[in-house]
Design a protein around this ligand. Structure first.
Ligand SMILES: Nc1ncnc2c1ncn2[C@@H]1O[C@H](COP(=O)(O)OP(=O)(O)OP(=O)(O)O)[C@@H](O)[C@H]1O
Ligand SMILES: [Mg+2]
Length: 255
C-alpha cells in the first residue's frame, strides 16, 4: 500500500544576503511514501538542512508546493503551521535541546503539555516510549544526568509522543560515538517497524545511509539522483552479529 505522505513540487529557496540572491534550492521535486525510510546525503552546503526545514514547515519555500497527505501547507498561517507540526511531524536534530530542569519523562511529554494535554493521558504513552528506547529506568533523570546517547534517545521519544506521521532528523547521530550511533540507528528501524513512522534522515554517516532503503543524493541545491535497495537487509538490533558484506562501493558520492 503506497500512499504519498509528503509531496514537494518545484521547490525553490532563495536567500537574500545583503541584496545578493542565493539560490539554495533549485526546483526540487520529491515524494516520500508513508512508512518509508529515506536518507538525504550530499556535500556540506548542498541544501540538505534547508530542504529538511521546508519539509518540516519550519520555513517556507520561495516558490513551489508542499503537500502532506494531499493537503497543501504552504498557504497556512504561522499558527496553523505550528499546530500542524505539533500533530504530524517529529524533529530530531544534532543538538537535542532537552529542557534541563525537567526529567526524561517530562521532556518526552513536553509536546503534549504544549498542546494542552493532561499528564494522565500523556504519561502512559511517554512511559511506553521510554521503554521502547530502553530508558524506562532513567525516567526521573534530568538531561545532565544522562549520557549524550541517552539524551538523544530521549529527544527521539519526545519527537514520537504526538504520534507523528514522520520523523525528520538532521544529523541525529552527528555528535555521538560510533557504537552509540549504531544503537540510535537500530532504534530508527525498530520505531519504523513498531509505529510505522516514516523517517527522513539527513546524514553524513555512510553506515546509516547504507542501511536505509532509499538514499536521496543532493548537490548544489538539486537532487542529483537516488539509490533504492529492493528490500532493507538492515534488520534491527543485532549488534553482536557479524556484519554481512554490503555493496557499498557504487553510488557513493565521496565528497
Ligand atoms: N538563512 C540563510 N541565509 C542565507 N544563506 C543560507 C541560510 N541558510 C542556509 N544558507 C546557505 O544555503 C546553503 C545550504 O545550506 P544547508 O544548511 O542547507 O546545507 P547542508 O547541505 O545542510 O550542509 P551541511 O552538511 O554542512 O549541514 C549554504 O551555502 C548556506 O550558506
Ligand atoms: Mg545541514
Amino acid at each position: 500500500m503506497n500512499e504519498t505522505l509528503i509531496r514537494l513540487e518545484g521547490i525553490q529557496k532563495v536567500f537574500d544576503r545583503d541584496g545578493a540572491k542565493l539560490d539554495v534550492l533549485r526546483s526540487i521535486d520529491l515524494s516520500v511514501e508513508r512508512g518509508e525510510m529515506a536518507a538525504i546525503v550530499g556535500p556540506s552546503g548542498a541544501g540538505k538542512s534547508t530542504l529538511l526545514h521546508l519539509m518540516g514547515t519550519l520555513d517556507l519555500p520561495t516558490s513551489g508546493s508542499i503537500r502532506y497527505a494531499g493537503r497543501e501547507v504552504t498557504g497556512l498561517s504561522a499558527n496553523a503551521l505550528a499546530r500542524f507540526r505539533n500533530e504530524h511531524i517529529g524533529f530530531v536534530f544534532q543538538f537535542h535541546h532537552l529542557l534541563p530542569d525537567f526529567d526524561a519523562l517530562e521532556n518526552v511529554m513536553m509536546p503534549g503539555f504544549i498542546r494542552g494535554e493532561s499528564r494522565k493521558t500523556l504519561e502512559p504513552r511517554a512511559r511506553e516510549l521510554l521503554d521502547a528506547i530502553g530508558l524506562a529506568h532513567r525516567a526521573t533523570h534530568r538531561p545532565s544526568e544522562l549520557s549524550g546517547g541517552e539524551q538523544q534517545r530521549v529527544a527521539l521519544a519526545r519527537a514520537l509522543i504526538m504520534r507523528p506521521d514522520v520523523i525528520l532528523a538532521d544529523e541525529p547521530t552527528g555528535n555521538l560515538d560510533s557504537v552509540t550511533s549504531e544503537r540510535m540507528n537500530d532504534l530508527f528501524f525498530e520505531i519504523n517497524e513498531r509505529f510505522e513512522t516514516t523517517f527522513v534522515i539527513v546524514t553524513h554517516s555512510r553506515e546509516l545511509a547504507s542501511r536505509l532503503p532509499r538514499v536521496i543524493r543532493m548537490r548544489d541545491g538539486e537532487i542529483e539522483g537516488e539509490d533504492r535497495a529492493p528490500a532493507p537487509n538492515a534488520r534491527i538490533g543485532r549488534g553482536d552479529e557479524e556484519k554481512e558484506d554490503t555493496p557499498e562501493d557504487g553510488g557513493g558520492d565521496g565528497a
